[in-house]
Ligand binder design. Structure first.
Ligand code: 13P
Length: 247
């Protein structure tokens, strides 16, 4: 199974659902549709209406984040995995670099994963090194640390997807070389296999994915799909990524 996940970040109002209607129309007619899943993570404000609208359709709706507590508590502006699940989301991102840079620690992330899984949300756990870490050849140790400090062998790996998003690649147009990315993805799967035994969860790539560079990414067998930011805000750009992936 492949995954095309669109992360809208701080984008979208109610009528932006038109973008998703177009993507859903393509997806429901695509001859390759059995081979992949499309998940969109709009902001919290839109999850309920979008999830209702697409309930019996092909697209799934996810959240971009969640709070590190289970149900209700006195944390202003916080939204728990329980609340997200109750409005119809099926997935949640956890550990996006935007949120790590705003203070998410490994301990917080572990609770986010734990309570999301407990509430039957599938987790897309994001990891990635920054420019300096890459320059200092610390990529593997950073990734290993991010994975082993949060993912626990007791977690159900069938409900976890890992997204590798090098921070220097997000929104910059810069992407890793094919060789680099192949090596890194294999390494991530090795670490995951040692945490969970036997089979690794799916590993996605994210960072400046578009319809032209997806041709290179698709040659890397180990990559199970993509976490797409900028290009997911346009139905055409998003659909073109899928089209070119299966061409
Ligand atoms: P871009 O595709 O805009 O680089 O964003 C990637 C990302 O951060 C998705 O979560």
């Amino acid at each position: 199974m492949r995954y095309f996940i669109g992360n809208w970040k701080m984008f979208g109002i109610p009528k932006s659902i038109n973008i998703l209607n177009k993507i859903n129309y393509f997806y429901s007619k695509d001859k390759n549709r059995q081979k992949y899943r499309v998940i969109i993570t709009p902001p919290y404000t839109l999850i309920e209406t979008y999830a209702k609208h697409f309930k019996n359709k092909r697209i799934s709706i996810g959240s971009q984040n969640c709070y590190q507590k289970d149900q209700f508590s006195s944390n202003t502006a916080a939204v728990s995995p329980f609340m997200i699940k109750k409005v119809g989301a099926k997935y949640t991102l956890v550990g996006h670099s935007d949120n790590r840079s705003e203070g998410d620690t490994n301990e917080m992330l572990k609770n986010k994963v734990l309570f999301s899984l407990k509430n039957n949300l599938k987790v897309v756990f994001c990891i990635g090194e920054n420019q300096t870490q890459k320059k200092n050849k610390k990529t593997f140790s950073v990734l290993k640390n991010q994975l082993t400090k949060v993912l626990d062998k007791k977690f159900n790996k069938n409900n976890i997807i890992v997204a590798y998003e090098p921070i220097w690649s997000i929104g910059t147009g810069k992407i890793p070389t094919k060789k680099e990315l192949e090596k890194t993805t294999i390494y991530i799967k090795q670490v995951l296999t040692s945490i969970f035994r036997k089979k690794s969860p799916a590993v996605l790539y994210g960072g400046s994915v578009d319809s032209s560079n997806v041709e290179m990414f698709k040659e890397i067998r180990e990559i199970d799909g993509f976490l797409i930011g900028g290009a997911s805000k346009s139905s055409k750009k998003f659909i073109d990524i899928i089209k070119n992936y299966y061409r």
